[in-house]
Ligand binder design. Sequence first.
Ligand SMILES: Nc1ncnc2c1ncn2[C@@H]1O[C@H](COP(=O)(O)OP(=O)(O)OP(=O)(O)O)[C@@H](O)[C@H]1O
Ligand SMILES: [Mg+2]
Length: 222
Amino acid sequence: MIDLSELKPFASGSNRHCYQHPDDPALCLKVLRPENIEARYQRQAWPKKALGKARIDDNRQELRAYRQHAISKLLTEDRGSLVWAHLPRFHGAVQTSLGAANVSELITGSNGSPAETLEHYLQRQGFDLPAQNAVERFCDWLRQTGILTRNLLPHNLVIAERNGQPELFLVDGLGAPAIPDKLAAILAWRRRYISRRIKRFYLRIDWETGNRNESWETSQKL
Ligand SMILES: Nc1ncnc2c1ncn2[C@@H]1O[C@H](COP(=O)(O)OP(=O)(O)OP(=O)(O)O)[C@@H](O)[C@H]1O
Ligand SMILES: [Mg+2]
């Protein structure tokens, strides 16, 4: 078992803490924040509560997301380099002193520390040309691979230099948990789903780089 008790997370989302693996600095360990899972569970109406807490376990959903049709197919065709062009390599789950952790490649910047999120980059630099080109390459990759994601949020993407240019990596929000596998296997359906996610991604970038007069919920409906 991996002991995380003496370590500090290098970053945290609202649902998980991220640690650098104590024995392998190239790996990221993500453990659930139990207090947030409990709060999300309690906020649900009783019919959903009856389905249990596993539904809202982000680590379990991520394990399933990495097994999705498009990824499994590319991996069996030996096209891993395409899969991992914009996704951290994934190594399944391990036990830690803070419960089960998902293990993935730690995406690092040129100085070796964890890469900057797109959210932070946009705040610092705005949606400049290098970022526009990186977003375009990422969206082309989604269309090319047919990999399904949830809504694409700038804080769930990190930006790191690869072959002399900035590239985006989706570190959270992979998969489409509400979509039945049979539907997800239909190519035409996947294309439509992905183009919607891409459209919303650009709207979200506009919103994050604009003056945010409206809430995100309102601005999407305009
Ligand atoms: N593989 C990775 N490489 C580098 N940084 C990462 C990686 N995974 C996560 N991070 C950093 O940790 C932060 C939190 O991780 P993550 O988004 O997985 O947590 P979460 O709690 O599931 O997020 P959310 O609040 O969106 O549900 C990310 O925004 C990113 O800054
Ligand atoms: Mg996140």
